[in-house]
Design a protein around this ligand. Sequence first.
Ligand code: ADP
Ligand code: MG
Length: 246
Amino acid sequence: MKTDKPLLEIIGVDKHFGNQHVLKNCTLSVKQGETVVLIGPSGSGKSTLLRCVNLLESIEGGSIFFRQSDITQSNVEPHRLRQDIGMVFQNYELFSHLTAAENIMLAPMTVLGINRAEAEAQALELLSKVRIPDKADSFPDELSGGQQQRVAIARALAMKPKLMLFDEPTSALDPEMIREVVDVMADLSAEGMTSIVVTHEMGFARRAANHIVFMENGEIIEHATRDEFFGGSVSQRAQRFLDQIL
Ligand code: ADP
Ligand code: MG
């Protein structure tokens, strides 16, 4: 059923690490089908914000609603939530002793109880989707970085998540491999996958982002539509950052 309520609502989130205030009253909502690109200098809190959404970090203030329920309440099972929220990291984190297909099959079989044949059929479909249909039997160390990252994306998709979080998915890759991962993420956005993508690939933002959010020192400083952002109506702080990365 379609609803106008955001799929994800981060409201006034605060967090410290020791005496460092790493998230300051952060508010962000993401509607079903939207792609939000999150940018900002290293150390500004981007990863921490994503990790809070996936309950890899706890918050001290504020709330996070996913599908209209507050996931920061103590009765929420992180493992259950992570079935609906897929996450892809900079360093792929594949299981090195499993093939590409087995990496993708593992959670559907062990968590969802899907049988092996069905899980394998789904893995092959997902490998096609991420444009490496012939790599099912390859082990991670036989794949390029770009191929490994696409297996990681397929693995996350195997749980049929409602929301995908990407944390600098291309920043460990050689330039020629960035494009193949960006293309896969852009395909997903075009198909209507809701996602938050931390990336400095502004080409991806231009192609796929509905909104662009700029963070600095733990604060969300700017929240612009793609047209506003690329139309030049960005704050000086965001512009200074862009001048450095472009
Ligand atoms: P970004 O992803 O934007 O580079 P992070 O969210 O990783 O930023 O980090 C925000 C700040 O929090 C940084 O100053 C970082 O050093 C600090 N930080 C991140 N994780 C931890 C942790 N587990 N313990 C202590 N400090 C942390
Ligand atoms: Mg980070």
